[in-house]
Design a protein around this ligand. Structure first.
Ligand code: NAD
Length: 511
């Protein structure tokens, strides 16, 4: 049989999406509270539109404090039974969630493309990775409660971990399905119940996730999803006294707001926030591989990626040649319909986000940098929020385009003279999420890794996620780590238990 052409695959993706979108329009999106799909108590709703062509995808329930209260109450009611469920049973249920996600992986991929504008080539595997998140944490259900044995002379001291209680999970619109599972899977594996508030710009696959979790047989009230606006539903979630912790992914300024909102109820918080990540390319690096990684790490996923390397720090001696090759690659990037398998860059999530990204074209020019490629909106299929992939050169470290998170397909190039200067520029921003270093000198690779102020560093590699490793940022990029046991540290309380081994001396008072 002939191999399917990109045209065939594009048509197949459209065909797959069509009935799903029809269904979505007919059903709308409600909250999932205590196992039931419900409208908002207030009856309020909002419309979610596709970034491809502005078409209304669904009417979405707009939750407020009343809906959050109902969800938090359901999560509280469900907590004890979920906490006390034997770990093998919880494990089995979470594997069933993973099975359900895998079964619908192709549907999830096309819906995510239409809802967020992400290209299918990147979304095709997003659901599979989401299922892996569930499997990874399902397999760790039993060890979640493990603690330490630290005996002293007079006492047998042990620690154990217990789930903290019902938790809130607040997620952003970039790769929303996969990202939500990073937070929800470990929380459920730890024995917490969850109220999820997905981003208002991308509610579609969060709705599907809630339904798949229910379908897998996870008891009612264990995962509740309340849709709505950040300042309404999100704020109410962070303020609710029954919610013991908030796992949040989003902008740094929202993280600050959440910290303040959660202060009166002493919320534990875990923040994964913004970034302005450097990729440092030294003159002794494998420049072909470095070029591939530089292009991939800013122009994949529309550049709407917290770990993207949005600043290229390039050693002066190789800058001219490297920029020449980079320019050719950026010019050749394919902007197009997200369901087209040839597309490398789809439309940005929302017109407000498009306006934000485009505002940086003028900012770059005003600061005296040069736009070598792009710098304009792009007339793409459907007339949606497309932008030209953009390359800014002639920048220096304190320009706004070298300091601020643009969160689009927008790369700023900054030359450096030597290792010390590279480190100084790399660290000279408020963020500290990731850093990427390309060099043939392994001593230097480790020295620079040690000096970089970032939570995650890749040497001679693009970002490759390994689930047991710590994921998170320093400075304005976050508080806390996800992944492996680090996630359990957040969703659980460590409890110390001490048993006297014998009849140690107790001071006698009041005799
Ligand atoms: P955002 O902060 O605007 O929104 C994120 C979520 O917070 C949404 O669900 C929103 O409704 C909610 N929210 C907004 N205001 C709130 C409030 N006052 N109280 C409670 N909830 C509130 O972020 P975004 O624009 O959706 O996402 C993009 C940002 O996310 C970027 O800065 C990106 O770097 C960051 N991000 C970070 C990581 C990471 O791992 N560090 C991963 C992905 C995205």
């Amino acid at each position: 049989m002939d191999k399917a052409t990109p045209k065939d695959l594009f048509a197949a993706n459209r065909e797959r999406a069509a009935p799903l979108l029809k269904q979505l329009q007919a059903d709308g999106i409600g909250h999932l509270i205590d196992g039931r799909i419900e409208p908002s108590v207030s009856g309020m709703s909002f419309e979610t539109r596709s970034p491809v062509d502005g078409a209304v995808l669904a009417t979405v329930a707009r939750g407020n404090a009343e809906d959050i209260d109902r969800a938090a109450t359901a999560a509280t009611r469900a907590f004890k039974a979920w906490r006390d469920m034997p770990a093998p049973m919880r494990k089995k249920l979470l594997h069933r969630v993973a099975d359900a996600i895998e079964d619908r992986a192709d549907d999830i991929a096309v819906l995510e493309c239409i809802d967020t504008g992400q290209a299918h080539r990147f979304m095709a595997k997003a659901a599979i990775r989401a299922a892996e998140n569930f499997r990874f944490f399902a397999d760790r259900c039993a060890e979640a409660r493990d603690g330490l044995n630290t005996p002293s002379e007079e006492h047998w001291n042990i620690s154990t971990r217990v789930p903290i209680g019902p938790v809130g999970v607040i997620t952003p619109w970039n790769t929303p399905f996969m990202l939500s599972t990073w937070k929800i899977a470990p929380a459920l594996a730890a024995g917490c119940t969850v109220v999820h508030k997905p981003a208002e710009w991308s509610p579609v696959t969060a709705d599907l996730l809630a339904k798949l979790v229910k379908q897998a047989g996870v008891p009612d009230g264990v995962l509740n999803t309340v849709h709505g606006i950040g300042e309404e539903a999100g704020k109410a979630l962070t303020e609710h006294p029954a919610i013991k912790a908030i796992g949040f992914v989003g902008e740094s300024s929202t993280g600050s707001a959440i910290m303040a909102q959660g202060a009166p109820t002493l919320k534990r918080v875990h923040f994964e926030l913004g970034g302005k990540n450097p990729v440092i390319v030294f003159d002794d690096a494998d420049l072909d591989r470095a070029l591939d990684a530089v292009v991939f790490m800013i122009y994949s996923l529309n550049g709407e990626r917290c770990t993207s390397s949005s600043r290229l720090l390039i050693q002066q001696g190789i800058a001219e040649k490297f920029i020449e090759k980079l320019t050719a690659r950026v010019k050749a990037l394919q902007v197009g319909h997200p369901l087209d398998p040839a597309t490398e860059i789809g439309p940005l999530i929302h017109e407000r986000h498009l306006a934000k990204v485009c505002s940086y074209f003028d900012i770059a020019r005003k600061d005296g940098a040069v736009i070598a490629v792009g710098g304009k909106p792009h007339a793409g299929p459907g007339g949606g929020h497309y932008v030209q992939p953009t390359l800014v050169i002639g920048a220096h470290a304190n320009m706004r385009v070298a300091q601020e998170e643009v969160f689009g397909p927008f790369l700023t190039v900054i030359p450096f003279r030597n290792e010390a200067e590279a480190i100084e520029i790399a660290n000279g921003v408020q963020y500290g999420l990731t850093g990427y270093v390309w060099t043939g000198d392994m001593g230097r690779a480790l020295r620079v890794a040690d000096a970089l102020e970032a939570g995650m560093i890749w040497l001679n590699s693009e970002n490759v996620r390994h689930l047991p490793t710590p994921f998170g940022g320093m400075k304005s990029s976050g508080i806390g780590r996800d992944g492996g046991d680090y996630s359990f540290e957040f969703y659980m309380e460590t409890k110390h238990v001490s048993l006297a081994r014998g009849t140690h001396k107790i001071q006698k008072l009041g005799i």
